[in-house]
Design a protein around this ligand. Structure first.
Ligand code: CAA
Ligand code: NAD
Length: 302
C-alpha cells in the first residue's frame, strides 16, 4: 500500500529563482537544466576563475542539447543557448546569492563539515520562504540539515551525471520536511523535465544504494581475475542492457567518488560486506588515476 507521503503530486511549480552552490561537474549541470527550463539561476563558486570554467562547460553542454533539440534550425539552437545562458548569473558571495531565492541547491564537495558551515550561514542569510536542498551522493540529509532551523524546508534533490541527459531526480524526505516542501520539490523537478522518485534518507537513497555495491562487486570480480574488465563490461551491456558496463561506469563516476562513498558507509556500517572498499580502487586513487577525468582509471582515455 502506498503511503500518502510517497504519492505523486499535481501541484503547480512555484519555484522561479534558484541558487546553485558549487559549479563543478554536478552544479553546472543543475544550473544548466534549471536555466533551460526558464528559472533565473545564480551559480555560486569559490572564485571567479572556477566560475568561468563552469560557465564554459555550461555553454558547451547547452550547445549539445540545442543541437539535439533543433537539428534543422541553427538559428533556434543559437537562441536557445543565448536565452538559457542569459538566465544564469555567477556569484562568489553565497549570502548575497540567496537573498531572493526560492530554492537553494547545494552541490559542493562531499564533506559534512564544509556542508554544515555553508548551510549554517545560508540559514541566516536566506529569507524564511527559501527551500534548501542538498545533492549529496552518500551523506545523510538529516545530518546535513541538523545545523539549520528550517528543517521543514529541507530535503535531498539528488541528480545524476550527466545531469542534462539523465532523466531521474531522487527526492529525499526527512521526517521534519513539510508536505508543502515535498510537493514544491516534486512540482519543480517535473517542471525541469525530470522524472521524480521519492525515498527515505537511507545510505545511497535508491540508485547509489544499488549501483555502488554493484560497481564494487564488479571490481572485486576483476581483482580475483575471474574475467577481464572488457569482458565484464561487455557482459553487463549485452547481457543486462546497461548503457555502460560497471568498470567503465566506475571510471566515469570517478574512483575518488566511489571510494569515498564506500569508505563513509563502511565506517558507519562496518558489518555490511557490500560496503567494503576495494583495494585496486584505493591503489588507483593513490596514483591519482581517478578515471575519465584524469585520463586513466581501469582504462586509458586520451
Ligand atoms: N550534456 C549534454 N549532453 C550530453 C552530455 C552532457 N554532459 N553528455 C552526453 N550528452 C549527450 C550527447 O551529446 C549525445 O547526444 P546525441 O544522442 O544527440 O548524440 C548523448 O548524450 C549520448 O552521448 P554519447 O553519444 O557521447 O555517448 P553514449 O550514448 O554512450 O551516452 C551516457 C553517454 C549518457 C553517459 C550513457 O553512456 C549512460 O547513460 N551511461 C550511464 C551513466 C550513469 O549511470 N550515470 C549515473 C552515475 S551515478 C550518479 O551520477 C550518482 C552519484 O551520486 C555518483
Ligand atoms: P566537483 O568537485 O566537480 O564540484 C564541487 C565544486 O564545489 C567545486 O567546483 C568547488 O570549487 C565548489 N565548492 C566547494 N566548496 C564550496 C563552497 N563553500 N561554496 C561554493 N562552491 C564550493 O564535485 P561534484 O562531482 O559536482 O559533486 C558535488 C556534489 O554532488 C557532492 O556532494 C557529490 O557527492 C554530489 N554528486 C556527485 C555525483 C557525481 O557523479 N560526481 C553525482 C551525484 C551527486
Amino acid at each position: 500500500v502506498l503511503r500518502r507521503s510517497f504519492s505523486t503530486t499535481s501541484s503547480r511549480n512555484v519555484i522561479k529563482n534558484v541558487t546553485v552552490i558549487g559549479g563543478g561537474l554536478m552544479g553546472s549541470g543543475i544550473a544548466q537544466v534549471a536555466a533551460q527550463s526558464g528559472n533565473n539561476v545564480t551559480l555560486v563558486e569559490v572564485n571567479a576563475d572556477i566560475l568561468k570554467k563552469a560557465e564554459a562547460s555550461i555553454a558547451t553542454n547547452l550547445g549539445r542539447v540545442a543541437k539535439k533539440l533543433y537539428k534543422e534550425d541553427p538559428n533556434a539552437a543559437k537562441k536557445f543557448v543565448e536565452e538559457a545562458s542569459s538566465r544564469i548569473k555567477g556569484s562568489t558571495d553565497p549570502s548575497e546569492a540567496v537573498k531572493d531565492s526560492d530554492l537553494v541547491i547545494e552541490a559542493i564537495v562531499e564533506n559534512i563539515g564544509i556542508k554544515h558551515k555553508l548551510f549554517k550561514s545560508l540559514d541566516e542569510a536566506a529569507p524564511p520562504k527559501t527551500l534548501f536542498a542538498s545533492n549529496t551522493s552518500s551523506l545523510s540529509i538529516g545530518e546535513i540539515a541538523s545545523v539549520v532551523k528550517r528543517k521543514d524546508k529541507f530535503g535531498g534533490l539528488h541528480f545524476f551525471n550527466p545531469v542534462p541527459v539523465m532523466k531521474l531526480l531522487e527526492i529525499v524526505r526527512i521526517p521534519e520536511q513539510s508536505e508543502e516542501t515535498y510537493q514544491a520539490f516534486v512540482a519543480w523537478g517535473k517542471s525541469i523535465g525530470k522524472t521524480c522518485v521519492t525515498c527515505k534518507d537511507t545510505p545511497g537513497f535508491i540508485v547509489n544504494r544499488l549501483l555502488v555495491p554493484y560497481i564494487a562487486e564488479a571490481v572485486r570480480m576483476l581483482e580475483r581475475g575471474d574475467a577481464s574488465p572488457r569482458d565484464i563490461d561487455t557482459a553487463m551491456k549485452l547481457g543486462a542492457g546497461y548503457p555502460m558496463g560497471p568498470i567503465e561506469l566506475a571510471d566515469y563516476v570517478g574512483h575518488d567518488t566511489t571510494l569515498s562513498i564506500l569508505q563513509g558507509w563502511h565506517d558507519k556500517y562496518p558489518d555490511n560486506p557490500l560496503f567494503v572498499p576495494c583495494d585496486s580502487q584505493r591503489q588507483l586513487v593513490q596514483e591519482k588515476k581517478l578515471g575519465v577525468k584524469t585520463g586513466e582509471g581501469y582504462y586509458k582515455y586520451n
